[in-house]
Write a protein that binds this ligand. Structure first.
Ligand code: HEC
Length: 155
């Protein structure tokens, strides 16, 4: 009897561990022939992610304009909007589909925008701001090199 209990418990723990591994580390992903990983999202999740991305691009434009046009307040305000607070609206269902490394890169990018905003306000040094932007953009480059979106059948 107890032998059965123990084996069922072990099987359940194993299953729980595998599911946990899948959701925490892997997300809902598939390997692609070009070496990247496809994250499987539905339409609305993809739309949300891509609109955040277009926001990132607009932020970089505003930071460049501010840093080269002697208007670091413009750069700071744009960067702050892309800071960690911007991440609050992301639904848990989308979060659970993203691999851990992807989420870490995303969080680090938002944090770097916050730091850039703080320094732009406090230091007022355009070269420093542009250097921070260049470092931050390494995150854009490495995430795009590693991931793309695939539309999942479910919606
Ligand atoms: C954590 C990962 C990650 C980071 C960091 C990241 N991106 Fe993206 N981005 C993606 C993915 C995934 C796509 C979708 C690519 C695909 O499916 O082909 C994307 C797409 C885009 C698009 C296309 C949007 C559209 O409407 O088609 C733009 C523009 C973009 N990213 C800009 C940026 C910029 C600028 C940064 C840095 C400030 C950045 N991204 C950082 C993952 C990331």
């Amino acid at each position: 009897m107890c032998k059965i209990c123990w084996s069922s418990l072990a099987a359940l723990l194993l299953l729980g561990g595998l599911l946990g591994y899948r959701f925490i580390f892997q997300g809902d992903t598939l390997p692609l022939a070009d070496g990247r990983v496809a994250i499987q999202l539905n339409d609305s999740e993809r739309d949300l992610l891509l609109s955040e991305m277009r926001g990132f691009l607009a932020t970089l434009q505003a930071i460049t304009e501010g840093a080269t046009g002697d208007d670091l307040a413009l750069a700071a305000n744009a960067a702050r909007k892309a800071g960690i607070a911007a991440q609050k609206g992301v639904p848990v269902s989308l979060m659970s589909k993203l691999p851990l490394a992807f989420k870490q890169l995303g969080v680090d990018t938002h944090r770097q925008f916050d730091q850039l905003a703080l320094d732009a306000d406090q230091m007022g040094d355009a070269d420093h701001t542009l250097g921070q932007m260049s470092r931050l953009m390494q995150n854009c480059v490495s995430c795009h090199a590693a991931y793309r979106i695939a539309l999942a059948d479910e919606s």
